[in-house]
Design a protein around this ligand. Structure first.
Ligand SMILES: [Zn+2]
Length: 278
């Protein structure tokens, strides 16, 4: 993932050491120090609030320190120094590498929570006998590893203009790039062509891969592309898109915050246009 973070193929068993870092989640909120959103409690700072049988999951190693994740009832933590913050609020507030570690923790916890029973025979699952990150059915042997759901996100441009849309769920007036889930059997390029056609009714061409971002809401991989407008009139999918339009790169509406791949796509295009126009 990064030089500062290492995954572990075999997960260590047993309780953490006192200085181990603890990502504590209560639903979508993570426990952080009130003065520093990048600081999470150590095992010695957190363990008083956990029940004896709390299920801990190893996330990996961050700067030579083991990181665990655990679900905690928000009401169990009674301390002025620690506050619950929505994971989304950390985006852009902590460094990108640490956000990825926190997001990984959230996804591991969500996966463990939703795979307590075997999907094939319904028997309760247990840990992997050799310490791999898998839930294993003791009855039929089915092993389930964490899954991610790929999404494609694309910035469609036409000359100096960017096609941006405001989804109904963006109640703060924010406009963003178009995105959608990949369907089974689709290529990433086909997904983007289909999603843009469905959501705003236009055709695109010249897809260029930009990069990817893990997106832990709840467990997605965003594959980012640039694409060119190739034809058609804007025709909005009413149930998803409230507004969409082409915006000149010098007159953008409210756009996503730094730290998101949508913003990175927009920033790169704006930079290219500025270079072109001097
Ligand atoms: Zn089974």
């Amino acid at each position: 993932m990064t030089e500062r973070f290492q995954t572990l193929n075999i997960l260590p068993a047993g309780r953490p050491s006192g200085d181990a870092l603890m990502l504590a989640f209560s639903d979508n909120r993570v426990l952080v120090h009130r003065d520093d959103p990048q600081r999470c409690p150590t095992w010695d700072e957190l363990r008083w609030w956990l029940p004896a049988d709390a299920a801990l999951h190893v996330v990996g190693v961050w700067q030579a320190v083991l990181v665990h994740v655990v679900a905690v009832a928000a009401s169990a933590v009674q301390a002025d120094d620690w506050i619950w913050v929505d994971l989304r609020r950390l985006l852009g507030q902590v460094d990108d590498d640490w956000f990825a570690v926190a997001g990984r923790g959230a996804q591991i916890l969500a996966w463990a929570d939703t795979h307590r029973f075997c999907g094939r025979c319904g028997t309760p699952t247990g840990g992997h006998p050799q310490g791999e990150r898998a839930r294993v059915c003791v009855s039929c042997g089915l092993s389930v590893y964490p899954r991610i759901n790929p999404c494609v996100i694309g910035l469609v441009t036409r000359g100096d203009d960017l096609l941006l849309a405001r989804a109904h769920r963006f109640t703060n007036g924010m406009f963003s790039t178009l995105a959608g889930f990949m369907e089974v059997g689709e290529t990433a390029e086909a997904t983007l062509v289909r999603e843009v056609r469905e959501e705003v009714g236009v055709e695109i061409s010249d897809l260029r891969y930009f990069g990817s971002q893990s997106w832990p809401f709840p467990s997605n991989l965003m594959l980012g592309f640039h694409a060119r407008y190739a034809g058609g009139e804007l025709r909005l999918q009413d149930d998803e898109i409230a507004e969409a339009d082409f915006f000149h790169y010098t007159r953008l509406p409210l756009i996503p915050p730094p730290g998101s791949i949508a913003r990175a796509l927009i920033d790169q295009f704006v930079q290219e246009r500025r270079t072109v126009h001097g």
